[in-house]
Design a protein around this ligand. Structure first.
Ligand SMILES: O=C(O)C1=C[C@@H](OP(=O)(O)O)[C@@H](O)[C@H](O)C1
Ligand SMILES: C=C(OP(=O)(O)O)C(=O)O
Length: 414
């Protein structure tokens, strides 16, 4: 049980490590013969799950302080992979596991067991990989080897499997052509392409990211690289600054491919004026106004933006709510329920969430075992009569294990 009291926050923090960047680096390093060094990996549960997965896929893993030494190019020693609660890990590793010539079963626990996996099946089958699921849900079993060829990917529900396919296909013996329909979360694919480039692998992508040509038989070159700071986790800190104080965040790449760098645009739309001071991003409390923002391609920004909107005068309209159904919780429904319990005025109408800013009472909420729900309610409650209280706050470990300590460190600094 944690109680986050209302009140101001002030101070300087380092952004947590991006689990999205880390997971891509780990899967790529597992395919690179030789040793890659991955620096500042953080300790997110999703990152840890992915590390276990590449180990079981045959990578050598050594942890040396703040550096992961990954020896890639090995063969799987086991036919079963535990992806924890990470949707990306399961969907992307399904493609990577299909490179191997043995049946591999991918599963996990908690909310992951209720998340759809259909988008993985058709393209893998088109590429000659036998695969099965339990009624479209995990566990999923794949039986390679993936040889390359032609496939159509449905990108409407998730971009994550496409990232996995783009990581795996360069290691297939034959060339591939992948057509993608209805891609959402496109910036996550650009991050994958950046990682491929860093490992010396080439993939030809159409500007709209609807067609990819992947030469087969390529060799990944090992890298020595630091994991980027996480714009998704930092978004909560920046919103905390905008609603309740003065927060400076270090370690963010201003030119990052991360989708959630779009928090900058949203804060500007809300009148918050985030400012770079050297390499540090500073967000002070601002006179916030309601704003309109399309979060279809950066769905993880929905929770922090909903928290921001609770304190923005007038009406905020957020687009992309229908993409939130199959995240760690049914996030749009959960946001409406829990922020309403705190006294906010919001509703979902089709693909839109509408939030009327105003005073917040705060109180006890249920984070629905969803890290972004827990962080959003905690931050919204900073400017409320009673703050936010919740059980199950350890769910933040999925992406940002130090969140509540970091938030506490901002107290009393004003
Ligand atoms: O590729 C990734 O690392 C992710 C892609 C997004 O998912 P979708 O592509 O399913 O929208 C995002 O919501 C998730 O947290 C991480
Ligand atoms: C949806 C998320 O992650 P994943 O799909 O990888 O579990 C998230 O981190 O919000």
């Amino acid at each position: 049980m944690i109680q986050v009291p209302p009140g101001s926050v002030a101070g300087r923090l380092r952004a947590p490590a991006s689990k999205s960047h880390l997971q891509r680096l780990l899967l790529a390093a597992s395919l690179a013969p030789g040793t890659s060094l991955i620096r500042q990996p953080g300790s997110s549960a999703d990152g840890v799950a992915c590390l276990g997965v590449i180990r079981d896929l045959g990578a050598g893993v050594k942890v040396a302080g703040d550096v992961l030494e990954i020896r890639g190019g090995g063969r799987a020693g086991t036919g079963s992979l535990d992806c924890g609660e990470s949707g990306f890990c399961l969907r992307a590793a399904a493609a990577v596991a299909a490179l191997q010539d043995l049946p591999v079963t991918l599963s996990g626990h908690g909310s992951l067991l209720t998340r759809p996996m259909e988008m993985v099946l058709d393209p893998l089958r088109q590429l000659g990989v036998a695969c099965s699921t339990r009624e479209g849900l995990p566990p999923i079993t794949v039986r390679g080897p993936l040889k390359g060829g032609q496939a159509r990917v449905d990108g409407r529900a998730s971009s994550q499997f496409l990232s996995g396919l783009l990581l795996a296909l360069p290691r297939a013996p034959g060339d591939s052509r992948v057509e993608v329909e209805g891609l959402r979360s496109g910036p996550y694919i650009r991050m994958t392409l950046d990682v491929l480039e860093a490992f010396g692998v080439s993939v030809e992508a159409s500007p709209a990211l609807d067609l990819f040509r992947v030469p087969g038989g390529q060799t990944y070159r090992p890298v020595d690289v630091a994991v980027e700071g996480d714009w998704s986790g930092a978004a909560f800190l920046l919103v905390a600054g905008a609603v309740a104080g003065d927060v400076a965040v270090e370690g963010l790449n201003p030119a990052s491919a991360q989708a959630d760098r779009a928090i900058l645009r949203a804060l500007e739309e809300a009148g918050a004026a985030p400012a770079w001071e050297g390499g540090t991003l500073r967000q002070r409390r601002a006179d916030l106004r309601g704003f309109t923002f399309d979060a279809t391609d950066c769905p993880d920004l929905f929770p922090p933006l909903a928290a921001l909107a609770c304190h923005a005068g007038g009406l905020t309209r957020l687009k992309g709510a229908s993409r939130l159904k199959a995240k760690e919780s049914d996030r749009a429904t959960a946001l409406v329920k829990e922020l309403s319990a705190m006294g906010a005025r919001l509703r979902v109408e089709g693909d839109w969430m509408e939030i009327e800013g105003g005073p917040l009472e705060g109180g006890a909420i249920d984070p629905h075992n969803d890290h972004r729900m827990a962080m959003a309610c905690a931050v919204a409650g900073l400017r409320s009569a009673r703050g936010a209280a919740m059980e199950g706050e350890a769910c933040v470990d999925k992406s940002y294990p130090g969140f509540f300590n970091d938030l506490a460190s901002l107290r009393g600094g004003a």
